[in-house]
Ligand binder design. Sequence first.
Ligand code: URA
Length: 434
Amino acid sequence: MRAVDIIIKKRDHQELSKEEIDFFIQGMTSGDIPDYQSSAWAMAVLLNGMTDRETSDLTLAMAYSGEVLDLSPVAPLVVDKHSTGGVGDKVSLVVAPLVSACGLPVGKMSGRGLGFTGGTLDKLESIPGYRSNLSPDEFLAQLSSIGIVLTGQSANLAPADGILYALRDVTGTVPSTPLIAASVMSKKIAGGAHAFVLDVKTGWGAFMEKLDDARNLAELMVRIGEMVGRKVVAVISDMNQPLGQAVGNALELKEAIAILNNEGPEDLREHCLVIASHMLVLGKKAHTTSEARNILEATIENGAAIEKFKQLVRAQDGDVRYVEDVGLLPRAKYIETITAPVAGIVQEINAKRIGEEAVALGAGRAKKGDPVDHAVGFEIHTQVGDQVELGDKLFTIHANDYERLQRAKRNLLDIHIIQQAPRNPYSLFYGVIE
Ligand code: URA
């Protein structure tokens, strides 16, 4: 078999066999297939698509390109969640300890920020000492002892995805439905969970800007789950505006801790409860999502959820005093609140542009491996559809550099579109696919 023939076949709209897909993914992982051929192949897939059968073969080939964890000896039923990425999306930080505190083990491998989207690990590492490089043995031991792990993805888990994702990022081949589906599902399968809740984002700040594209992706991932024997529920959620108020690592962590303490913004709490409800139903801890919601609310109110988060932080060598007193978390040099220059109704707060501004402040990376500034970011005080009066608080900037503060101020004012015109708020969710 030759890589070039497989590229030509996909270029010419033909369906690839399982053997061809396996050959290509193995060659890519071993380095026998060079980056330029992998990139050409990714572009052919982006342009010409894949059938469900090809996508599920690709998913399995990528999942088995490295180690596949078996969590069954540790816990008979482990449920994971995955978000396709967004701005202000700190849901994993809330949902993992919350669900674990309900008696359902959560072993989660998370990522770092990518492009304008934030990453769970960067947020957790705002806590001094927090270790996010657990080995597979440490992962299994901690899951067994305390029922929760939040760590980075081990290098040998779905390595083909790591290679392909890095190429897609620089060759314009990220927004391909089969490539995203295989990327997400291969990581989840290799991570060993038995069932997953997928949070598929749509809107300005999502890879799938259009609702129909997000729905197609969600449906495809649920079908792949069926084909590979995993239960998958996909929730389609809004990413036109940031989720919650905080954007930036320590600021988001603080907001997640507020939710675990039964405080914090209502939209974020609601989002977390919906995702966690589906996890409890998949994990057979509740029969219905409304029964699950009662259990989850009680687990927040009785303090068990925040206790589980502290247990996690201690287990991974983080300094738990930073959870008990969030005032200790990294704090920026300049903190400035900007008020509304006019009265009216908030028409748009483009999440992608907010994410880009957060990266420009230093909260994210220009390129892989760059350090992030945990202290910087924004608090966005209004949402689309809100009425604001002249002088009402609009947003607060946390910056460590005066020039960047000034730039953020100008750009965020520009991003907040306020007009004297009616505007419906965005829905939090657009559907559930089971
Ligand atoms: N998230 C992933 O894990 N992979 C993609 O391709 C896109 C979003």
